[in-house]
Structures are given as C-alpha cells and as structure tokens.
Design a protein around this ligand. Structure first.
Ligand code: ACO
Length: 397
C-alpha cells in the first residue's frame, strides 16, 4: 500500500522500524542492557551489586557523572540535594486547582511541568552547571511533590521535608507522617523503599526516556521535558504496569480464578495481558526483577504479612514460568510485578505506584537529557511511511 518512498530514500538509507525494535536513536554512556542474558549495568556496575552495596543517591551521582563518588563527593552531593528539597510555597496553591480524586499521575504531569514556571534562573542548556542545578532540583523535589499528591488526595496537611533524614526516610515521613506526632520509619521499609528507587533509576532508551530526549532535543525547558516523560511513563504498557498488576490481582480475586485469566492471556482474540509479565528488551529474567523478588520476600517475612493477593501473585508467577505459552515467548515476570507487591505491603496506595516509579526514574531522564546536551546533537525527527491517498485535485465546485 506504500505509494512512493522516493522522497524518503533520496536522502540516503531509509529504515522502517515500528516500535523502534532494532533502531538505536543515540549513543549513550549511562546504562548498558544485554536483554538476552539478563544483564543491566550502570556506568559498568551490575545492578545486583549496586542494589546490595550502594544506595539511591549514590546511583544518582553515578548516572549523572559516570563514576561513583568518593566519600567527600557523596557527602557534598547529598547535602546539595538536601538544599533543594522544599518546593516554592506558591506551589501549594497550585494543588488546590485539582479535584481531590484526581489520579496522582495527572497531578504529577501538571505540577512537575509547572516547575518550569518557578525555577527559571538556571536554564542555559549549554552550561554544565545549569544542567546540574536542574538535576539537583528535580532529584530533591520529586519526593516532596509525590508526597504532596498523596496528602492532597486524602485531605491531610502537606508535610515539609526533614533534611536530617535520609532520602527514603524523608519520603516516608512526608507520605505517612502528620504534624500531630513524630513519625519514625521502620528501617526495613526505608531500606526496601530506597532499593525500589535504585532499581528503577534508569533503563536506557525506554518509551519515557526517549520521550524526554526527544522533547529535550528541541531545546525545551527541562522541567517540561520531565513532565513529558511522566506522561509517557503513565501507560500500563510501561510504568503504569505496577498499578495494573495490583488491579489485575484484585480482579482475579481468588486462586480458583487464575486458570481463567491465564486462558484469557493466551487467547489471541482477547486483548487481556498478564500485567507485570514480558519486556521488550529482556528475553530472560529481568535482573531488577530478581533483586525485587528477593526484597519482596524479605519485606513480607519481616512485616509478617499474609495477603491473599500475594498468594495469587506467587501462584501466577509459578504458572507463567511453567506454561508453554509464556516459556516459548520468554515472558518472565518484570520489575513491576514484584514492586507492586512490596509497595502494597509497605502501605502505599495503588494509585501512587506509578508516581513512585516516576520519582525514581527522574534521575535517568535528567541524566539522559544532560548527556544529550553535553555532546554534539541534532533535533530528533523520526520519518514515516505514508500510506494515505495519492496526490489528487481538489473537487471542482
Ligand atoms: N501477557 C500475555 N501475552 C503477552 C504478554 C503478556 N504480558 N506480553 C507479551 N505477550 C505476547 C504477545 O501477545 C505476543 O504474542 P504473539 O507472538 O502470539 O502475537 C508476544 O508475547 C510478543 O509480544 P509483543 O507485544 O510483541 O512484545 P513487546 O516487546 O512489543 O511488548 C510489553 C512488551 C509491552 C512489555 C508486553 O510484554 C506487555 O504488554 N506486558 C504487560 C505490561 C507490562 O508488564 N509492562 C511493563 C514493562 S516493564 C517496564 O516498563 C518497567
């Protein structure tokens, strides 16, 4: 049905690759993925080692700078982030414009985009220091904004950040604390939270990161670019999958209904998919999912949680790992399958799951945005294969 590809090919080789399955759009030094062997490296360091020995803010430094920090550099970095944790007081009013029952991702898209209207003193994209300041502001303010979304939805007062706490503890106190009493985070939960942040920090050119890079390629405001990444992340095929996993588990409701859902997932005429299974790049176990599964087991054991939905999840995992349909297509549980279960155990409401993914992934987005602007670049401009009408004359009246 293609009518004429000459205008496309006249400028050189033209490839048609729906979904960018095998087209690299950029060079990057930040993250390496070997999907066939289930390998994920940040700055050359395996994700399993980072999860065990490092922490989220150290990984933020690594993604931004390409090297792990010295102890002095780490301390300076953490203190710099702490300097930026508050949001402009006028932003509190901004929240009042939203309905209380708005999805927190809808609020995130708006509020993070609105940062561009508040922080416009360091926006020279060709200045490395300005780019760093944008990154510091985003890393520091995302937990504050995310927690404000939650507090707004339940009608409780916003909690200010407490800079004496570490990154994950501070997020938990802004989520679950209140002005009437002191909130002390359970160290197991704080550690699990930090690990969830770390495991989501970056994943090279996925849909949301590519969106941020593409938006950034026009020279757009960085906060607006991050807002476009949040919008792309929201969909259930991407970051929205962690929320969709829990919704699916609730829909299944009982172990006796699992077979029916497995049959639906395998039916080519049914659009239903087993949420939290499959990945575009990994054709092997997602290495983040392995660490997440271990963290999930630790958290559930430590908190002594017995939840019927978790039983359904375990059973589903087992069936999918044995069923020929899933085995043949290499559909393993992905990172979102286990993160949803941990977040539920921690007490995070389901509609906040993708917000937590967005908070964690902000460092990946801004690192790629910064990398784009620190090297010779071109505006992104994908082409298309035109399948519409041939040239024709406007009908005579
Ligand atoms: N359940 C059932 N079947 C599936 C699933 C699933 N979750 N995922 C893929 N398949 C099947 C497809 O129907 C297709 O079957 P076919 O060959 O018989 O037609 C085959 O596996 C290949 O699927 P594609 O859609 O071509 O794979 P793609 O790489 O485009 O999609 C994706 C990857 C979007 C992640 C997909 O596996 C999916 O929708 N998973 C569920 C949503 C999810 O968990 N997303 C989170 C991804 S991880 C992240 O973003 C952090």
């Amino acid at each position: 049905d293609v009518i004429d590809v000459r205008p496309l090919t006249s400028s050189g080789l033209f490839t048609y690759d729906p979904g960018f399955v095998s087209t690299a759009a950029c060079e990057s030094k930040i993250t390496y993925i070997d999907g066939a062997n289930g390998i994920l490296l940040h700055g050359g360091y395996p994700i399993e080692q980072l999860a065990e020995h490092s922490d989220y803010l150290e990984v933020c430094y690594l993604l931004l700078n390409g090297e792990l920090p010295t102890p002095e550099q780490k301390e300076t970095f953490i203190n710099t982030i702490k300097n930026h944790t508050m949001v402009h007081e006028q932003m509190r009013n901004f929240f009042n414009g939203f309905r209380r029952d708005a999805h927190p991702m809808a609020i995130m898209v708006g509020v993070v985009g609105a940062l561009s209207a508040f922080y416009h003193d360091s926006l020279d994209i060709n200045d490395a220091h300005h780019r760093e300041v944008c990154a510091y502001r985003l890393i520091a303010k995302m937990p504050t904004i995310a927690a404000m979304c939650y507090k707004y939805s339940i009608g409780q007062p916003f909690m200010y950040p407490k800079n004496g706490l570490d990154y994950a503890e501070n997020f938990l106190q802004m989520m679950f604390g209140n002005p009437c009493e002191e909130y002390v985070a359970n160290p197991i939960i704080a550690k699990a939270m930090d690990r969830i942040f770390l495991l989501h920090a970056d994943h090279e050119q996925n849909a949301s990161t590519s969106t941020v890079r593409l938006a950034g390629s026009s020279g757009a405001n960085p906060f607006a670019c991050i807002s476009s990444g949040i919008a792309a992340l929201w969909g259930p095929a991407h970051g929205g999958a962690n929320e969709a996993v829990l919704t699916m588990l609730e829909e299944i409701g009982d172990e006796s209904n699992i077979d029916e859902f497995i049959l639906r997932a395998k039916d080519p005429d049914d659009n239903f998919r087993l949420m939290g299974f499959g990945h575009r790049v990994y054709r092997n176990f997602d290495p983040r999912a392995k660490v997440m599964k271990q963290t999930c087991d630790e958290v559930l054991a430590e908190l002594n949680i017995s939840d019927p939905l978790l039983k359904i999840a375990k059973r589903l995992e087992q069936i999918a790992l044995e069923d020929e349909y899933f085995v043949k297509r290499k559909l393993y549980p992905n990172v979102d399958f286990y993160s949803g279960i941990i977040l539920k155990a921690i007490g995070i409401p389901t509609n906040m799951f993708t917000v937590i993914f967005a908070l964690s992934r902000t460092i990946g987005w801004i690192s790629h945005w910064s990398e784009f602007h620190s090297s010779p670049n071109k505006i992104g401009r994908p082409r298309q294969l035109y399948t519409g009408s041939k040239k024709r004359d406007y009908p005579a009246k």
